[in-house]
Design a protein. Structure first.
Length: 218
């Protein structure tokens, strides 16, 4: 029996839910999953039972409740240092935390105009004001992280880390909207998409019956 319960939203749309789910799954931290369909009739009734912010994701651990995806990952990294959710070396760890925090708080144009939608194929869509600049900064950031990895593996810091979990929803957006990437960024995208855990998430997302109209780009 697991000590953790992770409350998430729709797998097709909820980028915030994907982050801790992927981190925990790849790190092999056992948890029980509770999925609440966003904006369905049961949402207003159920979300308040779990989340003081009335948002997902939420992690429950005994009498501890942690909300916000970054807070969840930090909590797990403290409790499970053996999983190396952050890189072991201090300079790489500082860069990983900085990149993750930038992802957590920035790129509003990309989020708004290219919402995560795993069932869709929308090449060329969403190219509105500010999106190209967001994409360029993400590619630059990935390059900085990969330079620190120095060929140690396919992910941002070689081995999979929390930073990869936080950029995974961006990877899915680049796939959905067919964003052209330079070779190194494309190789990183492909490595993330090949993660068995992410493949499983995609499979569940594609079988969901729910639709959120505002995240369906025309």
């Amino acid at each position: 029996m697991t000590d953790y319960t992770l409350i998430i939203g729709n797998k097709n749309y909820s980028s915030w839910s994907l982050r801790p789910w992927l981190a925990m799954t790849v790190a092999r931290i056992p948890f029980r999953e509770v999925l609440l369909p966003i904006r369905e009739g049961s949402w207003d009734r159920d979300i308040g039972k779990y989340s003081p912010s009335r948002r997902v994701p939420v992690l429950q651990h005994g009498d501890v409740t942690v909300w916000d995806s970054l807070a969840i990952v930090e909590y797990l990294a403290e409790r499970h240092p053996e999983t190396r959710l952050w890189p072991a070396e201090a300079p790489a760890r500082a860069l990983a935390r900085s990149a993750t925090a930038e992802m957590h708080s920035s790129f509003s144009a990309l989020r708004r105009h290219m919402p995560m939608n795993l069932r869709a194929s929308l090449p060329g869509r969403g190219r509105k004001d500010g999106v190209a600049a967001d994409i360029a900064r993400i590619v630059e950031l990935w390059g900085d992280c990969r330079a620190r990895a120095d060929g140690a593996g396919p992910f941002l810091f070689g081995a999979f880390s929390a930073a990869d979990a936080f950029f995974a929803p961006v990877v899915t957006r680049f796939q959905t909207y067919a964003v052209e990437l330079p070779d190194e960024a494309a190789a990183y995208r492909d490595a993330v998409l090949a993660l068995p855990a992410l493949i499983d998430w995609y499979g569940s997302a594609r079988s969901e019956p729910w639709t959120i109209g505002e995240d369906e780009v025309d």
